[in-house]
Ligand binder design. Sequence first.
Ligand code: ACO
Length: 330
Amino acid sequence: MNPTLRAAITGTGMSVPKEVLGNDHFAGYLDTSDEWITTRSGIKQRHRAGEGETTVTMATDASRKALADAGIEPEDLDLILFATVTPDTYVPSAACWLQGELGAKNAGAMDINAACAGLIYGMTQAAMYLHSGMYKHILIVGAETLSRITDMQDRSTCVLFGDGASAVVMSHSDDPERGVIYQNLGADGTCADYIWQPAGGSRLPHTEATLAEKLDKLRMKGREVYKFAVVKFNRLVQQALKDTGLKTEDIDLIVPHQSNLRIIESVQEKMKLPIEKFVVNIDRYGNTSAASVGMALDEARRDGRVKSGDTVMMIAFGAGLTWAVIIVRI
Ligand code: ACO
């Protein structure tokens, strides 16, 4: 990386739909309970999109907040990277809808499909454009309406997911003390069927039969994903510390993907760090996939847990399987 060209986080924002569903909502019609959901996942409630609320409407709201936070106008944006597995339409991209809504007429726009790791995938790409000097301001969005591809009769998935959006503005900075200092992306496509949506693509377009069999809804091998996440999370943290020469105590805050509180706690115990070093908001939002890391980062910035000069590690895993780590000096 060019040490004189830094990719800094200059603004964040988030947005969630109005409707809040507590665990008792699911206990009311499924064989589940608040106790099971809380102890197995740490989730107490999640937001669900209603009529008129979509991935792009939430993303627009989150983006406007992030732009205001960064002190720039939509016309200042050079690029929009939109991470989602639930775009409003497949053609055109969610990024193009958002670009039009914002009036970001000078920005290129494209989607990224890396599930829960998508926002960090986007941030690493943004960092490359900013390091190269090609662009000055990039908007990275993670937004999902997972409720629209979840089988609400499947207790093993429907209690876990929530809807929401997050947005991050990354800008060129001349400050050598600020910006992205490490990034690591990965994937294992041999585990593609751990979390997937069987129908709706070119392999199996929607038919009455696929809809009747709910093949348009997410299928997940929860236990396998859980084991993968615990092992990979810990290995990636160790790898990042080794590659950067940073020590555990040099990391001021870890912003993990909010998929399961037990996954976060298992890494926290291995790292022998207090839970306060991890941003946790899964209790209020559930797993919002690509939105999750950005929502946690935005809350941590707004409540003062992220301060100028802090070293923040963000880490996520998702369908694909995919994973991503980024370390940023704020
Ligand atoms: N309420 C009550 N019982 C349930 C529920 C529920 N909501 N869901 C599952 N069960 C039952 C199962 O049927 C099973 O019963 P059985 O033993 O009679 O077969 C039992 O609980 C245990 O099921 P497990 O799947 O072994 O439970 P586990 O402790 O692993 O917790 C969970 C399940 C929470 C899904 C966990 O595996 C997990 O968090 N996995 C990771 C999921 C994840 O991170 N996904 C991220 C990617 S999502 C994306 O990218 C879009």
